[in-house]
Each structure stands twice: as structure tokens, then as C-alpha cells.
Design a protein around this ligand. Sequence first.
Ligand code: ADP
Length: 452
Amino acid sequence: MPSPPLFSRILIANRGEIALRIIRACREMGIESVAVFSEADRGAPYLRMADRAICIGAGPAAESYLNIPRIISAAEISNADAIHPGYGFLAENAHFAEVCRDCRIEFIGPSPEAMAKLGDKVSCKQTARAAKVPVFPGSDGAIEDEEVAVQVAQKIGYPVIVKAAAGGGGRGMRVAHNEIALRAGLKSATQEAAAAFGNGAVYIEKFLERARHVEVQVLGDKQGNAVHLYERDCSVQRRHQKLIEEAPGPGIDPKKREEVCKSAARLIRAANYHGAATVEFLMDEKQNFYLLEVNTRVQVEHPVTELITGIDIVRTMIEAAAGRPLPFRQRDIVTRGHAIECRINAEDPARNFAPSPGAITRFEPPGGPGVRVDTHAVTGYRVPTNYDSMICKLLVHADDRERAIARMSRALREFVIEPIKTTIPLHRELMNDAGFSRGGVDIHYLERLLKK
Ligand code: ADP
């Protein structure tokens, strides 16, 4: 059977480095790309790499990158037959995926149904239970009665965490170490969730004090195949924001690795999922793992996995959206060596990570063997104030973790970004830090280190 044709033109509903990443994939695949930009991004150099660029509105995201009618109009004007949402903005908005479907534009991501099923934390947990994917002990679904929540907490033991079903960005969460705190937490989390997400549903689960963040990259196609591309460890975080990601996860027992990766593939198969997803888990000291959430999109840190597997994740997403079956089976996927990513943000680590936007007068990225730089920044680029502060992802690949750290350390020394402040000095320190070098730090490690 001939394979379905790929798209002729893809509109990219995003900005910055991920827009450029998708433009590059399109070019390599012989697909035209249409970039969109806000007034704040007008003239940004990466826009010239696309075949066409269309202004969709003012700087605030609500008037541009989050504005569905404007994005759909741009797709219609440019005759795009598909939209890639990247990450953030509309990437996990099931309504947007539905509008695309209604307009006969292929959304490069899962169906709105699969997205809703895995995106809502309560329904995700239910799907996971049915697929025998380990979840945190806790309430079966959303809490309707405070007394039931208190009983559940007594059964699973404190501390517990109250979480919003529609949660995101760490909002709507409360940790409770006793019954009084739980009752208060239920009320405040419900209010916060209702205000932030328009949905006040909350649930509770066991709170893990010292956990690692281990996530699994998965890919599915419209024929029902699903594979995993192994795990990433993203435990180096500040305020729930990842700063360093690596693969494979240091010190993870091969049997546990197999279990966690297979669980992730099972979950997306159960949800009839196509495209790329990341299944996030927390792992305790005994390497028991529990489902945290599923991200139904390409992830910032996807290149870490590309480096160790040699698979182009963005290309595969586009092929799967076009209806092509995955070009590999699970047994074809092998990993080689170790990869690390450092997120370079326009923030000042010496001043409590205060944003540091502005013009870059010197931008000299590192190079050499095993170095990958994913960025939209160049000398002369002005970092706008409107968006996320990440300006670059610096990645290395080497035969093993020790060499990857040495390579990252070397690359960070070469990197010059002036005059704005960035997270480069912090990354340089971390590459020399004994705890990080040992591997397997927990998600609060960096915050403890910063307090010293
Ligand atoms: P969000 O979608 O808001 O980011 P997550 O469910 O991904 O919410 O949780 C965000 C962070 O909160 C996690 O990375 C972890 O640090 C912490 N967290 C969430 N659930 C638990 C838990 N059961 N035990 C310990 N920490 C948790």
C-alpha cells in the first residue's frame, strides 16, 4: 500500500527555538513552513528561515500565540494543510485541536479525545489504573466530600498532596502533613483551581518527600502502534521548572527501566494515542515509580532522547499526523551513550533568577564533537519581555555520563552571551558539583543547593 502523502505546507503556531526546530524539520522533509509572529517577535532572525511569516497580533500571548481565530486565519490565508503547535501556548488545548479538525487542518498531535483523556489528571489516572500503570495511592477520582478525603488520607498516611484535576504549572497544589492542613488545603486548592482553570475539581494522593523526576518519551501512530524511546531524568529543577535533563537516568536499575518504559507505552496505547507524548513519573529511593502526568505534546527536552536514540522526534510526529505508520518497532530502538541538556535562560541566578531581557550584542555558541545548540538567538537578537525566558538549549552527547559532563563543562566554558545575564554560570557550577556528578539527585536538590 502506498504511504499517505505528507503535508505540503505546515503552519507553526509557536515561536522561538521550537518554531525553528519545526521549520528545520519541514525543510528537511520537503514541506513548506509558515511561521507566525507577534509584534514583539517582528524581525526575529529565525522567521527568515521559514518559507513565509505572518503577523498574528500584538505582543501579549492572548492577542497572538494563544489567539485561535487569528492562527486559523493565518493557516487559511497561507493554505496550510497542517498546524504544529510546538509546546506551551495551544499545544495542549483540546478545543484548539477540535477547531483544527473542524477546519480540516491536521493538528500535529493527538486527537482532541486522546488529549482530553490524558490531559485531565483524574481521567488520566483512571486510564492508567486500567492499563496497570502504577499511580500514587490516593482518592479514586475528584473529591466530592471532605470527610471522604480525610478518610483516604488516614488510610494512605500523611503527608498527602491536594492537586487540581485541570492543574498545570504547579498551581492548585497543597501539601498537607495532618488533618487540619488537609481541610484547609482542600478549600484553598479548590478556590485556586476554579480561578486558574475554571474547574475546581481536586483530588489527593500520597506525597513523596524525596523523589526523582523520571519521564518516558513515547510515540504512537494512527494504526495503533506505540513505542517508547526510553527515559529522561529531569530532577534538577527550581520551582518545578526543569533546568537540566539527561538520558539515560543515572543509576536506574535495568529491570525498573524496562518496567517504567513499558508502562508508558501501555498507557498511550490504551488511550489510542498518536504523535509524541511524555509520560512523567516520580521515582522514590527504592525506584518505585508513580505516574505524575502525561504531556500530550513535544517536550522542551526531546533532543536529549534524539541524541541517544538517533530518532528525529519532530519528523516522526509529522509523519504520524499524516497517517504514516511508525517506521520502527520497539526492538529497533536502541540507545547509545549519554546525553545532557542545559536550559539557558535569560535570568540572573545571582539575583534570584530575575528576568534579564534585552539585546544580545555578543552570542558565540560552542561547537565541536557531540555538541548540539538549539536556539533562535544570534548576535543582535533582542530577548522580548513577553514570553518564557529560555533562549537556548545546550546539549551534549558522549559515550558515558562522565564524559558527557566533561563535554558539557567544556561547552559551557566556550559559550559567550553578552551583556544579558543567563543561567550559564549556574550550569558551570552544577557540572562541577559533587552531588550532581554522583547522579540520581532528587527534585529538591537544586533548591537546597541554592540556599547554601
Ligand atoms: P503541574 O501539571 O502543575 O506541573 P504535576 O502533577 O506535574 O503538576 O506536579 C508538579 C510538581 O509537583 C512535580 O514535579 C513534583 O515536584 C510535585 N508533586 C506533584 N505530585 C507529587 C507527589 N505525589 N509527591 C511529591 N511531589 C509531587
